[in-house]
Design a protein around this ligand. Structure first.
Ligand code: M6R
Length: 630
């Protein structure tokens, strides 16, 4: 996920930018760069790969200690539009302006056509660079730099944040946001900070302002004092914004200010997806889903059938993986609970690859089944989050997710990282086997790359979405039981939602394929039961809505989770959790990505209910993070 850092003030600008960007390295990136003033002109240093490459460029030019008050901006980029090259890295310079951008400009193709017609020639393949030309065009109309930024932002669709400086306005930094997070602060030594995460500036100050959606913020000096001015980006009206004092103790620094690891880990999902994609893919290649060469990929390519085994949440990931792999790669996939598989006598056809999925890589049943298969000479693959785990060492090959350490016992970011890996494998195998057209593969891959940015825009502490889920939780947390129901891709998510609620809130909850409820469980429905209906706008929506009617007419309290513009569904629901959905190229392809929007919703619902019931969210009773016994 892109990281943004900006600073103007009394400290050495390149040093502040680099130290802030280092603290944002956890976000995952593939190129980086900084822009800063030298003798009144903006110098740009950027490079592919890690931040140390930029550090070296600065050092070689003797600019790493530049000291002036004119300011600078820096960026770590994770490529979406255009490959991870130096040219595509940020900051982008357009005339006197330099900018960094986090998020997606969805209408960038229309904007690009207009700009080309006006004679502009962008140097990179990015959507971001175009914003600089928009600002130039607005300045030509006579607008000030700040007003030109505001006017340009009105032309942009999508969810993002942009931070800019200009050679014509030394000492000023302008930030604007309608998506990806942005934090600003005053430097106690004189100066202003801009960053995509408070972590980047916490070493200088703990008093920060979280830039709200739709805000424009200007950091500059007025009468010799630095100040931050906020404006409504729609109207240009000045706003009053308050600061937040972050009270991050050493312990809470680990939790980065979150009350529980689980919440932090839910919010870390977009980052873990990026890290997982970086690990799985070779982004230098042009093909859609370009898998990086590794032994596990070769095993997969050779397999004629897949047998996936797993437990708990990892089993839910496997169930969903089956949908994607069978749909796109046309490979038969069997999924089974490891504890059942290992104690029966499975008959496997030749050329079957047995895949164990386990975040810990230590789960006794999954590991036992892998060992058993190996002893029978059947090829095995482990999909794990922990390098050096038993499964990673003992299977014939391992494929890693990169969710980072997960402290909360409830699996959250490891689950969606497993899902993402399976989706990528399905897409890649589909393209290679030509069972998924190259065009569809490319469109799907582009959507996958946009997903972490999109989710980062509304999966954060100050999001309205979180407040909505909190409101729903307060209405239902005392109810006697829950059903979660969904069809198609939403069915495994229904199972996962119920498991989360059981394990952390200790509430009786069951997940069902929506069509199954009437085959028995519907007898349990009364007005004390809550039914969480997962029905995004996919090919199964209509059928799920019919099943909703069946339980609603029997008195169930309905929590609907669906597309934010699905008014009919919202009206049928007693409580509503909307899913904001990015503008899509082809809805029939995007439907495969709904699980990545639904999962955080059910995770947050379970989390809030558990908090209200006062349970130990991070270490629920009777559970362990690694289940190393049968
Ligand atoms: O480490 P694993 O993924 O193999 O763990 C499997 C299950 O024990 C695990 O998913 C468990 O269900 C979690 N507590 C779910 O949150």
């Amino acid at each position: 996920m892109c990281g943004i850092m900006g600073y103007a003030g009394n400290r050495s600008v390149p040093r502040v930018l680099l130290s802030g960007l280092k603290r944002l390295e956890y976000r995952g990136y593939d190129s980086a760069g900084v822009a800063y003033f030298v003798d009144g002109r903006l110098e740009i240093q950027k490079a592919e790969g890690k931040l140390c490459n930029v550090e070296k460029l600065l050092h070689d030019k003797g600019f790493d200690h530049v000291q002036n008050e004119n300011g600078g901006i820096g960026h770590t980029r994770w490529a979406t539009h255009g490959r991870p090259t130096t040219q595509n890295a940020h900051p982008h310079k357009t005339g006197p302006i330099a900018l960094v951008h986090n998020g997606i400009i969805e209408n960038y193709q229309d904007i690009k056509c207009e700009l080309l017609e006006k004679g502009h020639r962008p140097l990179s393949e990015t959507d971001s660079e175009l914003f600089g030309y928009l600002v130039l065009e607005e300045q030509k109309k006579g607008h000030s730099f700040v007003e030109a930024v505001r006017q340009s932002f009105l032309k942009v669709e999508g969810s993002c944040s942009v931070v800019l400086i200009s050679e014509e306005e030394p000492g000023m930094i302008v930030g604007i946001r309608n998506g990806s997070p942005l934090v600003v602060a005053l430097d106690p030594q004189g100066g202003v900070f801009f960053a995509s995460d408070a972590q980047a500036i916490i070493e200088y100050t703990n008093e920060v302002a979280f830039v709200e959606m739709g805000d424009l913020v200007v950091g500059h000096q007025v009468d010799g004092r630095y100040q931050l001015d906020f404006y409504d980006s729609l109207t240009g009206t000045k706003l009053d914004r308050t600061t937040t004092k972050l009270n991050w103790s050493v312990e809470s620094l680990d939790k980065q200010g979150y009350p529980h690891y689980m919440l932090k880990e839910i919010f870390e999902q977009p980052q873990s997806w990026i890290d997982t994609l970086n690990l799985l893919l070779d982004r230098a290649k042009q093909d859609p889903f370009p898998l990086a060469a590794q032994p596990s990929v070769e095993l997969l390519r050779r397999a004629k059938q897949l047998q996936i085994i797993a437990c708990g949440t990892s089993w839910h990931a496997a169930l969903l993986g089956k949908y994607w792999i069978e749909r796109w790669a046309k490979i038969t996939v069997q999924v089974e609970l490891a504890s059942e598989f290992r104690y029966r006598d499975p008959v496997l056809s030749p050329d079957t690859l047995v895949i164990g999925i386990s975040q810990s890589g230590e789960t006794a049943d999954t590991l036992g089944a892998i060992r058993e298969m190996r002893s029978r000479g059947i090829p095995t693959l482990g999909i794990c989050n922990v390098r050096g785990s038993s499964m990673a060492r003992e299977a014939d090959a391992a494929l890693f997710t990169a969710a980072g350490p997960e402290v909360g016992v409830a699996a959250t970011k490891t689950f969606t990282s497993q899902l993402l890996s399976l989706l990528v494998l399905a897409g890649a195998l589909g393209c290679e086997r030509k069972t998924l057209s190259l065009e569809s593969g490319r469109e799907l891959f582009d959507e996958v790359l946009r997903l972490p940015h999109f989710m980062d825009g509304y999966l954060h502490r100050s999001s309205q979405w979180l407040a909505q889920i909190d409101h729903v939780s307060k209405q239902v947390y005392r109810r006697k039981g829950f059903f979660f129901m969904g069809r198609g891709y939403s069915f495994p998510i229904a199972l996962e939602g119920a498991l989360k609620l059981k394990e952390i809130a200790y509430i009786n909850a069951e997940g069902y394929a929506a069509g199954e409820l009437k085959h028995g469980p519907i007898a349990m429905i009364d007005d004390e039961m809550v039914v969480v209906v997962l029905a995004p706008r996919d090919r199964w929506r209509e059928k799920t809505i019919s099943n909703l009617q069946e339980v609603k007419s029997r008195g169930a309290c309905i929590i609907g989770i669906g597309n934010s513009d699905d008014q009919a569904f919202e009206e049928m629901s007693d409580f509503w959790i909307p899913l904001n959905v990015p503008k899509q190229i082809r809805p029939e392809l995007f439907e495969a990505l709904y699980p990545f929007l639904l999962v955080p919703a059910v995770q947050l619902l379970s989390y809030q209910v558990a908090v209200l019931r006062g349970t130990d969210v991070d270490q629920p009773r009777n559970l362990a993070k690694s289940v190393t016994v049968e």
